[in-house]
Write a protein that binds this ligand. Structure first.
Ligand code: MG
Length: 372
């Protein structure tokens, strides 16, 4: 079974206003039709265009077919172009619906296992009125009424035969199919699958696209270092006088290590040990800001910015509170972010466990990364 998509984009779109037909107007910096084509990435796509738009359409990088004088004629031109190609199912889609989801496509294709055709629709939930001269002239029972969307999906040979036999003037392909006696299932549509008809629809579509781009990543990190002889510890980039030191391959900055691992974790990039192997002598005694700066640079190179981070140090002593502001400032400086995105706090463990016995310090950290 093989599925093709015919995107019908040959109309001149008079309701939108503007110089260009709506399918060629820009939505989030790309022509509407480029979004529509991208929504079917990986599928066999054919776009039916108006002959005047050939130069614009070549940039789409998909096969083109010249449309006819009516929508019916344009769809038929697309179907005929697929004849003999081995396609067994076809989705016929309006070029001005750029936000169609793959989940919807999957629902339609699944319905074709059982039915000749399947089309998405949403049950009407608003009250329906008839109006005349600006006044309500009556109400309409909305029971059983649906708002039809595209793509409308069909088994290929039956819909080709239906279009060939149809006299023309149809509202959509479902009507053509039904006029030929095909059964068409109603599949649950999608509110986001809007048809760009009026200028305000563009703003709504852009908002939906922005929401889809939202990519928030969360990572956590945990680290422990044991106390050893010494007179200070490094915590979150700050030298804190203490009666002990912390044992470690680098400067043993347990808080900064936990934070660095949280950022690597958000990127699914392992931990400090992967990027700075302890077996490599060049990192012996290294200042931990090198690790943190590397992690944040890796995040930026992937297009992410730090949303916020939160580090908790677990120890009885030294007291962290007097240094917390300086620690936040230092972490923010290393990561080149606003200090308001960085939290450092501390807790004791009520004298329980290894931290309670003052054998070492533990740190946990959380970081979010957002697509910049
Ligand atoms: Mg460590």
């Amino acid at each position: 079974m093989s599925t093709a998509v015919i995107i019908v984009a040959a109309g001149r779109g008079s309701r939108m206003g503007g110089e260009l037909p709506k399918q060629w107007q820009l939505l989030a910096d790309k022509p509407v039709l480029a979004h529509t084509v991208a929504a079917f990435a990986g599928m066999q796509v054919l776009v039916v265009i108006h002959p005047d738009d050939r130069a614009l359409a070549e940039a789409l990088g998909v096969p083109l077919v010249m449309g006819g004088a009516t929508r019916d004629a344009s769809v038929l031109a697309g179907l005929r172009a697929l004849e003999g190609s081995g396609v067994t199912r076809v989705l016929i889609h309006d070029g001005a619906r750029p936000l169609v989801s793959r989940a919807l496509v999957d629902r339609l294709v699944a319905a074709l296992e059982v039915h000749d055709g399947a089309a998405p629709a949403l049950a009407v939930t608003d009250a329906l009125w008839r109006g005349a001269d600006g006044l309500v002239a009556g109400t309409v029972d909305r029971a059983g009424l649906y708002r039809a969307q595209t793509p409308q999906a069909f088994r290929f040979q039956p819909i080709l035969a239906a279009h060939l036999a149809h006299p023309g003037g149809s509202l959509d392909d479902v009507q053509v199919a039904r006029d030929a006696g095909l059964d068409v299932a109603i599949v649950e549509g999608d509110d986001s699958n809007l048809k760009l008809t009026f200028p305000g629809d563009f703003a709504r579509a852009e908002a939906i696209l922005r929401g889809r781009d939202m990519d928030v990543r969360l990572g956590n990190g945990y680290d422990v270092h044991a106390f050893c002889d010494g007179d200070h510890v490094w915590l979150c980039g700050v030298r804190v006088p203490h009666s002990r030191g912390l044992l470690g391959h680098s400067d043993a900055d347990v808080g900064m290590h936990a934070l660095t691992d949280a950022i690597y974790g958000a990127l699914a990039e392992g931990d400090i040990g992967r990027h700075f192997p302890p077996s490599d002598p060049q990192w012996k005694g290294a200042a931990s800001h090198i690790f943190l700066a590397h992690a944040i640079a890796l995040a930026r190179s992937r297009g992410y910015a730090l949303g916020n981070c939160d580090v908790t140090l677990v120890c009885e002593r030294p007291k962290i509170g007097p240094h917390a502001i300086e620690m936040q400032s230092e972490l923010a400086r290393i990561m080149a972010v606003d200090v308001g995105r960085v939290s450092v706090k501390a807790t004791t463990s009520e004298r329980l466990g290894f931290t309670g016995r003052e054998e070492g310090i533990a740190a946990i950290a959380t970081a979010t990364l957002v697509r910049a």
